[in-house]
Design a protein around this ligand. Structure first.
Ligand code: BG6
Length: 486
């Protein structure tokens, strides 16, 4: 099948760190039909050969699980082209249309890896030159706006030109292997479903911790980011949906998205007054990570010296429906934390009447780990068989561990590759519908509002820690603790 894959923002960070490597990997894995073409476009003064040389240098600076050969790279760039365009100008849309119309591909994917402020004008321009016919699919990279109003404005502009089946809103966490496996665990097996409810589950904790800081994105992050907008409104709430949604009627995109939307709409709304007791925001100061000293957020390039942008957020959410009423969902994410890890921990209730000696109040827990490795782990108590006399007869914690690398080998697919393959196949199941984004923005709006009038609520934490101590206090009220504190 002939396809054209166009990347606008072709020299941006996202393009060389994630997107081009993903296309290259898809190519190496034989997932790209040979008659496809890939176009990168940006304002940089490059030609095709110059872009290929630039890309090669960037690829060489990345670390690859599957190292590539020169021959593979050369074969890949055989399908690559470059156009220097200023996409804010109508001539650029025309030039793009001419490139696409050199032949008639069966699908034309246009990936907008550019600032969201450009989305509306750009899509309108594409519509004017006819790049919105049935073959065209447009991928919108997050963030889709800055708040509900700006997200709605972008969406209105995009939907005026494209049909919903043509719009692929990326949340790359949905492309991660473990998220796929969470769906498989819940809806491909009968084991957990009867237990997956308030009667058996005491709380759920979702963590996305990064050890990196803001890297080269300080300026952008400080003005338009912050952990709430960058991670919570999208990745974290999507993960919460995956844990909490009802079984969809099928695997179809809308069947899944309808169920996620119901979760988002069932979140107990926070009032501005609730925010102080249910949401903690923090910002890193200088500290030590893995033996090295790192600067504080306010010392990062592009960040204002008195910035109040949060690099950490922890949140206590509740879902108002029959399955989850009264079960707290604790969500936290932050930069410059102790280690890079992402997991979903489901804590089951303790046994109602313990008859064995063992750890008091022990809870079984299921850990779905997304990073650094994919795994699913079930923690149980068992009788120790060969322990010292003092431990004989006592119950001790053990874990059943499903390591996906061990089970399926190391040939995994990265999130962006999986998502790009889905776009090429025209499948929307791992992409977000606008009503989901709208509901997520509505949920976080009171937090944005509360923080804007309360600069004092920002708490500092040392780089290399697990965030402000108040984040532990948030759980302590419910008698819970984050995994590293157990
Ligand atoms: C992006 C955020 O969406 O996700 C970044 O904008 C963040 O700030 C990144 O670093 C984390 O993704 P991953 O896949 O490395 O956990």
């Amino acid at each position: 099948m002939a396809f054209d894959l166009v990347f606008l923002g072709g020299t941006g960070d996202l393009a060389w760190r994630k997107l081009m490597p993903a296309v290259f990997q898809a190519f190496r894995h034989g997932a790209l039909p040979p008659e496809g073409r890939v176009l990168a476009s940006s304002r940089e003064d490059l030609d095709r050969a110059g872009y290929c040389t630039w890309l090669r240098a960037k690829f060489d600076s990345l670390s690859w699980d599957e190292p590539f050969t020169d021959a593979e790279f050369q074969a890949f760039v055989g399908m690559l082209d470059y156009l220097r365009l200023d996409i804010t100008k109508p001539e650029a849309h025309q030039a793009l249309a001419e490139w696409v119309n050199q032949r008639s591909a069966e699908s034309v994917v246009i990936y907008l890896a550019v600032a969201p402020a450009l989305f509306g004008g750009l899509v309108t321009g594409l519509g004017r030159v006819g790049l919105n016919d049935r073959r065209v699919r447009v991928v919108l990279e997050k963030p889709l706006g800055y708040d509900l109003a700006s997200a709605t404005a972008i969406n209105d502009a995009v939907s005026a030109v494209l049909q919903e089946y043509q719009i692929f809103r990326i949340d790359h966490y949905l492309g991660k292997q473990s998220v796929q496996n969470l769906m498989a665990l819940r809806f491909g097996n009968s084991l957990f479903e009867p237990l997956w409810r308030r009667e058996w589950i005491e709380n759920v904790q979702i963590t996305i911790a990064e050890d990196l800081g803001v890297e080269q994105r300080g300026g952008y992050y400080d003005r338009s980011g912050g952990a709430l907008r960058d991670m919570m409104q999208n990745h974290m709430l999507q993960l919460l949906c995956m844990v909490a949604m009802e079984p969809p009627a099928s695997e179809d995109a809308d069947a899944v998205r309808d169920e996620k939307l119901k979760v988002l709409r069932s979140l107990k709304p926070l009032t501005v007054a609730d925010v102080a007791s249910n949401v903690i925001r923090g910002q890193y100061r200088a500290g030590r990570i893995q033996g090295g000293t790192v600067p504080g957020y306010r010392e990062e390039e592009g960040v204002a010296a008195n910035s109040t942008t949060e690099t950490f957020v922890a949140l206590r959410a509740e879902i108002q429906n029959w399955r989850w009423a009264g079960v707290p969902f604790f969500l936290r994410t932050g930069k410059r934390l102790a280690q890079r890890t992402a997991d979903i921990v489901v804590n089951f209730r303790a046994v109602p009447h313990p008859i064995f000696a063992g750890p008091a109040g022990y809870q079984n827990r299921l850990v779905i780990r997304l990073q650094p490795e994919d795994s699913i782990e079930l923690d149980l108590l068992a009788k120790a068989s060969n322990r010292s006399k003092s431990e004989q007869g006592r119950l001790v914690p053990v874990s059943l561990n499903l390591d996906f690398k061990e089970a399926f080998g190391t040939q995994t697919i990265e999130a962006y590759e999986r998502l790009l393959r889905k776009v090429l196949a025209g499948r929307l199941d791992l992409f977000v519908r606008f009503d989901e984004q709208q509901a997520a923005w509505r949920y976080v709006a009171p937090i944005i509002e509360a923080w804007s009038s309360d600069p004092e609520s920002l708490r500092m934490y040392n780089a290399g820690s697990w965030g402000p101590p108040a984040s532990s206090g948030l759980l302590a009220r419910d008698g819970a603790a984050w995994p590293e504190e157990r």
